[in-house]
Design a protein around this ligand. Structure first.
Ligand code: UD1
Ligand code: UDP
Length: 383
C-alpha cells in the first residue's frame, strides 16, 4: 500500500512549536510520509523553532518581509502553496490554529481539492475583531476543514453547535503539552547568559510577553506603563520580557520600558529557553495564546493582558485570570499576586486542562483511521 502523504503547513513561531511534535510523530509511522511546508510568515522566529526541534522543511515559501499587511501575507502564502502542493502531492494538508498562514494554507488545500486537517480546532471568542484577525481565520478554516483536532471538550462542543459533523471531530489535547514535555528539564542551563544570572529563588521573576494586533496603540501603552510601574513598585521582582520581532511591538517596548528599573528587555528566546524560564518563574503576564496553555501545566499563575480569552478552561480551573488592557486593573492584579502570598498560592497550582502530552499520537491515529489504515477510532482526551 502507498504511504499516506501528510503535509504540515505552518509559518509562525507558535504554529511551529505546536506542529513540531506532530511532524515527528507522523515521521515515526511506517505508513506515512511526513512532509513539511513552511510559509516563513515569521523568519528568524520560525528558524529558531526548526533548530530547537531538529526539523527541516521540504518546501520553504520564504514570504516574510518587514511589517507585512494581512493581505500581503495571505496572497503570498496562496501563490506559494500552489507550487508546494503540485510538487509534493499531499493526500492531506494539516494546518494549525488561526494565523494568516493557517487560513491561506487551508484555502489553498481546498482550491487543490486536498482534504484539510485542522489542529487546535474549535477555539472561539465569538468576537469578530478580537483576537484580530485570528477569530475569523479559525472560523473560516472550520468551513474548509475535513478533520478537526480539538484540544478540549469545549472546543469540540463549539464546533458541534456550529453544525460540524461529529464523525470528523476528535478531542486530542493540545500538542503544545507534547512539545513542553520534550523541552523542560531539571538542571537546565540557559544559553542566554542573562537568564543564568537571575536569582530565581531570592527574587520574583515575572515573564512578560505582548504582541497581539488588537493591543496595538492605546492598549499596548496602558499594558506597558502598568508593567513598568509594577516593576518600580516591587523591589523584590524582576520582569523578563523577550520582545517579539514585530516593529510595532519593538517600538512600543522601547518607548515605554527601555531603561526601566528591574525590567529586562531581551530578544525572543528559543522555545526551549522560554519553556525553562517559565518553569522557574514566579508569574506570567501575557497576551499570548500559547503561554496561557503552557504556564498552567508548569504550575505558574497567568495574568492575561486581553479583554477576553478563547482559552477559558484554565480561568475556570483558577490558575489564569483576565487582567484586561487597562493600566489600573493590570497594576492592581499584578500587585496582588506579587504581595499577597495567599492570593498567589490559590493560583499557583499545576493543572492540565489542555492536554496530557499524547495529543500527537491521537491525531496521527485519527488520520490513519480516516484513511482506512487503522480499524478503531482513536481514544479521545476527555479528562
Ligand atoms: C502572527 C500571527 C498571530 C500569532 C503571532 C505569533 C497573523 C495575522 N498573526 O502575528 O496570530 O499570534 O504571529 O507570534 O497571522 N518579524 C520579524 N521576524 C520574525 C517574525 C516577525 O522580523 O521572525 C516582524 C516582521 O516585520 C513582520 C512582523 O514582525 O512583518 C509581524 O509579523 P506577522 O506575522 O505579520 O504578525 P505577528 O504579530 O507576528
Ligand atoms: N515563545 C518562545 N520565545 C519567546 C516567546 C514565546 O519560544 O521569546 C514561545 C512560547 O513558549 C509559546 C509560543 O512561543 O510556545 C507562543 O508564541 P506567541 O506568543 O508568539 O504566539 P501566540 O501563542 O500568541 O499565537
Amino acid at each position: 500500500m502507498d504511504k499516506l502523504r501528510i503535509m504540515s503547513v505552518f509559518g509562525t513561531r507558535p504554529e511551529a512549536i505546536k506542529m513540531a511534535p506532530l511532524v515527528k510523530e507522523l515521521k515515526m509511522r511506517d505508513g506515512v510520509e511526513s512532509l513539511c511546508c513552511v510559509t516563513a510568515q515569521h523568519r528568524e522566529m520560525l528558524d529558531s523553532v526548526m533548530d530547537v526541534f531538529g526539523l527541516t522543511a521540504d518546501r520553504d515559501l520564504d514570504i516574510m518581509t518587514p511589517s507585512q499587511t494581512l493581505s500581503t501575507i495571505t496572497s503570498k502564502c496562496l501563490l506559494g502553496m500552489d507550487g508546494a502542493i503540485e510538487e509534493l502531492k499531499p493526500d492531506m494538508i494539516l494546518v494549525h490554529g488561526d494565523t494568516s498562514t493557517t487560513f491561506a494554507g487551508a484555502l489553498s488545500a481546498f482550491y487543490h481539492r486536498v482534504p484539510v486537517g485542522h489542529v487546535e480546532a474549535g477555539l472561539r471568542t465569538y468576537d469578530k475583531y478580537s483576537p484580530y484577525p485570528e477569530e475569523m481565520n479559525r472560523a473560516l478554516v472550520t468551513r474548509l476543514a475535513d478533520l478537526y483536532f480539538c484540544p478540549t471538550r469545549r472546543n469540540r462542543d463549539n464546533l458541534l453547535r456550529e453544525g460540524v459533523g461529529a464523525e470528523g471531530v476528535f478531542v486530542t489535547g493540545n500538542t503544545v503539552i507534547d512539545a513542553l514535555k520534550t523541552t523542560v528539564r531539571d538542571g537546565y542551563v540557559f544559553a542566554t547568559e542573562e537568564l543564568n544570572a537571575l536569582d530565581y529563588d531570592g527574587r520574583k521573576i515575572v515573564v512578560v510577553t505582548c504582541h497581539r494586533r488588537e493591543n496595538y496603540g492605546e492598549p499596548m501603552r496602558q499594558i506597558m506603563t502598568a508593567l513598568r510601574d509594577l516593576a518600580a513598585q516591587n523591589e523584590d521582582a524582576e520582569l523578563v520580557y523577550p520582545v517579539h520581532l514585530s516593529p510595532v511591538v519593538r517600538e512600543a517596548a522601547g518607548k515605554y520600558l527601555a531603561g526601566a528599573p528591574r525590567v529586562h528587555l531581551i530578544d525572543p528566546l528559543p522555545a526551549d529557553e522560554m519553556h525553562n524560564l517559565m518553569a522557574r518563574a514566579y508569574l506570567v503576564m501575557t497576551d499570548s495564546g500559547g503561554l496561557q496553555e503552557e504556564a498552567p501545566a508548569l504550575g505558574k499563575p497567568v495574568l492575561v493582558l486581553r479583554r477576553e480569552t478563547e482559552r477559558p478552561e484554565a480561568v475556570e480551573a483558577g490558575t489564569v485570570a483576565l487582567a484586561g488592557v487597562r493600566y489600573d486593573d493590570i497594576l492592581r492584579m499584578g500587585n496582588a499576586l506579587l504581595r499577597d502570598a495567599s492570593a498567589y498560592a490559590v493560583m499557583a497550582r499545576a493543572v492540565n486542562p489542555y492536554g496530557d502530552g499524547n495529543a500527537c499520537r491521537r491525531i496521527a491515529d485519527a488520520i490513519e483511521w480516516h484513511f482506512g489504515r487503522r480499524a478503531a477510532r482513536p481514544e479521545e482526551y476527555l479528562p
